[in-house]
Design a protein around this ligand. Sequence first.
Ligand SMILES: Nc1nc2c(c(=O)[nH]1)N=C([C@H](O)[C@H](O)COP(=O)(O)OP(=O)(O)OP(=O)(O)O)CN2
Length: 142
Amino acid sequence: MHYLTRRETFNAAHKLAVEEWPDDRNKEVFGKCANRNWHGHNYDLRVTVCGEPDPITGFVMDAKVLSGIVKAEVVDQLDHSNLNLDIDWFKDGRQPTTENLTSEIWKHLEEKIAAAGSRLYRVRLYETENIYADYYGPAGRP
Ligand SMILES: Nc1nc2c(c(=O)[nH]1)N=C([C@H](O)[C@H](O)COP(=O)(O)OP(=O)(O)OP(=O)(O)O)CN2
């Protein structure tokens, strides 16, 4: 099995805070990420697809096609946005953490990548140089 990864980047603002909680509790649980006046990250996204390379092209999937899908479904929506306010991914009250972003990104990519003839294997998202999350879909790592 072969794995192909495409990198894309975006930047966005957010805060981590439970609306119903007082500021001091949010500060205790989420630290500086609960700052009521927001903070931003330069996100670094790695989307991996898997399969066997086509015998003629040698591609598991054309990386340009993958890039187009990731840009249309994720980057164009999130780049320069406020993740709490500008998009509807977290309107249900879930926090825009790195983990929750990876599963949302998966939902937005899986079908489009399948329609292009490939299979989504992993969504990896770096929030900072020191923090990243991996998501392998609802069933976990194959
Ligand atoms: N499990 C998670 N923990 C944390 C997340 C997350 O998404 N999932 N996010 C945050 C904050 O968003 C925070 O802004 C992270 O930034 P920072 O503390 O600057 O990150 P670093 O750890 O890379 O910086 P250090 O200087 O090394 O502390 C927090 N936790």
